[in-house]
Design a protein around this ligand. Structure first.
Ligand code: BES
Ligand code: ZN
Ligand code: ZN
Length: 488
């Protein structure tokens, strides 16, 4: 999709559809398209409520073929987060009708670098469809080709905002493409190949720890999970280094759970809905997506991405409930439930990150169903041993428009993970499941400032929204990129 900043006057722009953002508490101008939008608003046929759309043909006095009215809700509540959605609504209102070029003018409260960036990002994310494997029904669908954005002046600030929005949108779509790949096509080795390609394209350094190497290092909790699968495990490491690194600089690690398919193992999951467990590598995909954007936006802080990747399968070689494994860190773990596998692979990856010299560890994982019981599908949970880091993440998430909510991490919760036969058990019983999962991870961070995002509720959208397709969301790529770029 071409996205162009123009200073052409709105009425003079030739396009398939000219989009106008309309508010519920402000009537469209009486001069717009011969007064028709104002009339529709007065009659309540187009109210301007968020995500409502209407298409008018041959608007009077304009060179565009159509006028697309886009409802944006109350004017005073129109934030960059709403602007991001408006970007998605514009392209998703047009694309199914094979209308593939649009224009819009930013003015008043919708004209700023932040608003432009959000709009572009939303439009790029909005055109994404998880239809890669459909071979029919796509022939007559044209993909969105051009978006022209009219502004009073093409300032360097706006040009940069457009680039940032586009980069962020593409990074999310990259992650979403990976998440949507089924378990047969996206194995740990395939994900490693993807990472290598990403590194080559965006000039990152890439290292893959293969099974023999992880055995040598002693990644016992990770290897226990992968035992049941014919697919070999990997740990992907991508490194971004800025041009100049200050003495004693912080070093951010982004760690993502990469279970390419989670059957549950011997503690097997019910078959109903199991197909969705292809998205159990959304954490890994989000760190790859974030690195894609970080490589382009070039923050001042070094960032290392680490993605432990395995397939969790039952079988005659699979790990059994009751097995005791030794982590890279040295602690022994009693595996009471083989379906609590994410924390087992992350344990070794977190220790590895800590020992690589990373000063701050942040991980994303589709770790527990319980997080969706607590927060629904709107918020991810954050769990941390370090309040300043948690505050940084919450601040970044607000700018990024991804909702995250903090959970308690009191020491007493550790008792839930007591094992009679090993240092720690991998599950903590019925209550506070998301918290005990986080407390388990904390055991392996070697005292480093660390935060865990449980994205099991937010990484997948069950029903399409007017601004986003059904399926993978790309959460929390935006927060990760925001966190790294504003670190300094
Ligand atoms: N991958 C799942 C968590 C999950 C559940 C993600 C639903 C997305 C949607 C994880 O590996 C898991 O199975 N967790 C168990 C933990 C339990 C055994 C303590 C769970 O949530 O049931
Ligand atoms: Zn599981
Ligand atoms: Zn899992």
């Amino acid at each position: 999709m071409d996205i162009i900043l123009t200073t052409d006057k709105a009425l003079d722009i030739e396009s398939g559809a000219f989009a106008v953002l309309c508010f519920s508490d402000e009537a469209p101008g009486p001069d717009l398209a011969g007064g028709l939008p104002a009339e529709l608003h007065a009659r309540g046929e187009f109210t301007g409520k968020a995500h409502e759309t209407a298409i008018l043909h041959r608007p009077a006095g304009m060179k565009a073929e159509r006028l697309l009215l886009v409802g944006c809700g109350e004017k005073a509540r129109f934030t960059p987060a709403e602007m991001r959605k408006a970007g998605g609504v514009v392209v998703r209102a047009l694309q199914p009708k094979s209308l593939t070029d649009a224009a819009i003018r930013l003015k008043g409260n919708t004209l700023s670098a932040e608003m432009l960036s959000a709009f572009v990002e939303g439009a790029v994310a909005g055109i994404f469809e998880p239809d890669r494997h459909k071979t029919t029904g796509k022939e007559d669908k044209k993909s969105f080709a051009s978006l022209r954005i009219s502004v009073p002046e093409r300032t360097p600030e706006l040009v940069e905002a457009l680039r940032r929005g586009r980069t962020l949108g593409e990074a999310q779509n990259y992650a979403r493409t990976l998440v949507n790949e089924p378990g047969n096509l996206l194995t740990p080795l395939k994900l490693a190949a993807e990472a290598r390609q990403l590194a080559a394209e965006f000039n990152l350094s890439c290292e893959i720890l293969d099974e023999p190497r992880m055995r040598q290092l002693g990644f016992g909790t990770l290897l226990g999970v992968s035992m049941g699968s014919a697919e070999p495990p990997v740990t992907i490491i991508l490194r971004y280094t800025p041009e100049t690194v200050k003495e004693g600089s912080d070093h951010l690690a982004l760690i993502g759970k990469g279970v390419t398919f989670d059957t549950g193992g011997i503690s097997i999951k019910p078959s109903d809905g199991m197909e969705k467990m292809k998205y159990d590598m959304a954490g890994a995909a989000s760190v790859l997506g974030a690195m894609r954007a970080i490589a382009q936006l070039r923050p001042a802080i070094p960032v290392t991405a680490i993605a432990p990747c395995v397939e969790n399968m039952p079988g005659h070689k699979a790990q059994r409930p009751g097995d005791i494994v030794t982590s890279y860190q040295g602690k022994t773990v009693e595996v009471l439930n083989t379906d609590a596998e994410g924390r087992l692979i992350l344990a070794d990856a977190l220790t590895y990150a800590a020992r690589q010299g990373c000063t701050h560890l942040v991980n994303a994982a589709t770790l527990t169903g319980a997080i969706a019981v607590a927060l629904g599908h709107l918020y991810a949970g954050v769990f941390s041993n370090n309040d300043p880091l948690q505050q940084r993440i919450l601040a970044a998430s607000r700018t990024a428009g991804e909702r995250i909510w903090p959970f308690p991490m009191d020491e007493d919760y550790k008792e839930y993970l007591k094992s009679a036969f090993a240092d720690v058990a991998n599950i903590g019983g019925r209550w506070g499941g998301s918290i005990t999962a986080a407390k388990f991870l904390e055991e392996f961070v070697e005292g480093k400032p660390w935060a865990h995002l449980d994205i099991a509720g937010t990484a997948w959208l069950d029903e399409a929204k007017p601004f986003l397709a059904k399926g993978p969301t790309g959460f929390p790529v935006r927060t990760f990129v925001e966190l790294a770029t504003r670190w300094s």
